[in-house]
Design a protein around this ligand. Structure first.
Ligand SMILES: NC(=O)c1ccc[n+]([C@@H]2O[C@H](COP(=O)([O-])OP(=O)(O)OC[C@H]3O[C@@H](n4cnc5c(N)ncnc54)[C@H](O)[C@@H]3O)[C@@H](O)[C@H]2O)c1
Length: 439
């Protein structure tokens, strides 16, 4: 028996293991909270000092974590936050939840993983279990993290320390499936790594699903997100094809969705958004390019999805044209800027492209979003107009980009002169008419 492993196992089982979470964002903060609630002492290491200060005051900046719940954990000392990486010297279990964006070239940007791993490598010691949660291409845990952690320390994986990958599946804003009850896939570098990482996560989460390797866990996440991206691409193309055929895509989707088996409903929209679906599949296609393979489904879906904001702008232009108005100089109100309903996350939101394109064409653009008071993007800064109904009544054209549930859609329909409804938020039956243009 390996005594390092036994000691760690005991600490996990009696919850005396100190947990460190690197990166307290949409993924890391809920995870830190759940481990603290399960009885572990948790410390979050977050380079953004403004986030640390908020946490110290017991204020949550993530919608899915309530301030009251957070304040209790902070006051009891179960959850702490710091900018100081040296606390990793005392950690028994470390989870890495840093961003994995794309570079401007469309290639993976692993810089956050590299910096976090370099910091961890300075403090790694015998008897630690490390789990990477950031979405990335298959092979990252073994090819990038493992050498950095072993070369610096001389430790042996599976004997002195334990390393695994476990993808986060959180869907922000959702209350039925949360970090706690969404099954968690875990794959280790060695079988013992899988076992220890699973044991740790089992203490705080409802269901853990072990797989045979870190690569399987990495690839499972990419399959999930690629599946969504491709199906959204398919249904976006359906919308374009239905438009050409003079058909109402929304009616057709609802009809198809009555099939009780073999069909899953996806809806079209103004383009992909968020930190996951538009980005993660491109990590996979990038990796495959290096192996001389073209991931054709991903590239095609990506092309269709990234073309949607321009398609929406063409719809605005055509609808205004019908009313003898040029887009240049027309007042356009974009309703909803977040990438999906009822969240305050604007990362990769198609609203950014739509607003930018409308501005480029000389439209006078305003937006309204109850969750996003101000947007700074490229060379423009906009503030949300105070009243959506007033804004809708004075605009030449309204574009519904995000269908937040709080909006009074019947009022918007009553007040606006012309509406491009990219989400079927108004539920206007039939095809587009002279006042409402559906996607
Ligand atoms: N947001 C989601 O819905 C979601 C869902 C599933 C998976 N993911 C994946 O989880 C990962 C994290 O995403 P997120 O949405 O939480 O990002 P985020 O930007 O909200 O949070 C990441 C945090 O890491 C911090 N950070 C940056 N560099 C760091 C470092 N070197 N050490 C420690 N912390 C550092 C940042 O300041 C930030 O607070 C990404 O790989 C993402 O693809 C996100």
């Amino acid at each position: 028996m390996n005594s390092t492993r036994d000691t760690l196992e005991d600490k996990i089982l009696d919850r005396s293991a100190s947990v460190a979470i690197l990166g307290l964002g949409y993924v890391g903060l809920p995870l830190a909270t759940i481990f603290a609630e399960a009885g572990f002492n948790v410390i979050g290491v977050e380079p953004d000092s403004s986030k640390v200060e908020k946490l110290e005051r017991g204020e949550s900046y993530i919608q899915d974590v309530g301030s009251e719940q957070l304040a209790k954990l902070i006051q009891s000392g179960k959850l702490q936050a710091t900018t100081d990486f040296s606390v990793l010297a005392e950690a028994d279990a470390v989870s890495i939840c840093v961003p994995t964006p794309l570079r401007k070239t469309g290639d993976p940007d692993l810089s956050f993983i590299l910096v976090a791993t370099d910091e961890l490598a300075k403090y790694i010691h015998q008897g630690v279990v490390v789990v990477l949660e950031s979405t990335t291409y298959p092979g990252t845990t073994r090819e990038i993290l493992l050498p950095k952690l072993t070369e610096a320390s001389g430790l042996e994986v599976g004997k002195d320390f334990f390393l695994a990958f476990s993808p986060e599946r959180v869907d922000p804003g959702r209350t039925d499936w949360t970090t706690y009850n969404t099954p968690k896939v875990i794959g280790g570098i060695t079988p013992i790594c899988s076992e220890l990482a699973s044991l740790w996560y089992q203490q705080a989460l409802e269901t853990v699903v072990p797989v045979s390797s870190a690569e399987s866990a990495e690839m499972a996440k990419l399959l999930e997100n690629t599946f969504r991206m491709i199906n959204i691409g398919l249904v976006n193309e359906m919308a374009i094809m239905c438009d050409r055929l003079g058909l109402d895509v929304w009616e057709i989707i609802d009809a198809a969705a009555t099939k009780p088996f073999g069909y899953m409903k996806f809806t079209p929209g103004p383009g992909l958004g968020g930190h996951c679906i538009p980005i993660d599949p491109l990590y996979l296609s990038w990796k495959l390019r290096a192996l001389n393979y073209t991931a054709r489904f991903i590239e095609l879906a990506s092309e269709i999805n990234t073309g949607m904001p321009r398609y929406v702008v063409t719809k605005v232009q055509d609808a205004l044209n019908e009313q003898m108005k040029p887009l240049k100089g027309s007042r356009v109100l974009v309703i909803g800027a977040a990438y999906k309903p009822d969240v305050d996350d604007i990362r990769e939101s198609p609203a950014l492209d739509i607003i930018g394109l409308l501005r480029q064409k000389g439209a006078e653009v305003d937006y309204h979003d109850p969750f996003i008071p101000e947007i700074t993007h490229d060379d423009w800064i906009l503030k949300s107009v105070p009243d959506v109904i007033e804004g809708a009544s004075t605009a030449d054209c309204v574009v519904i980009v995000t269908n937040h549930t709080a909006y009074d859609y019947p009022r918007i329909l009553e007040e606006a002169q012309l509406i491009i409804d990219t989400r079927n938020a108004l539920q206007v039956g039939g095809r587009s008419n002279s006042r409402v243009v559906k996607l």
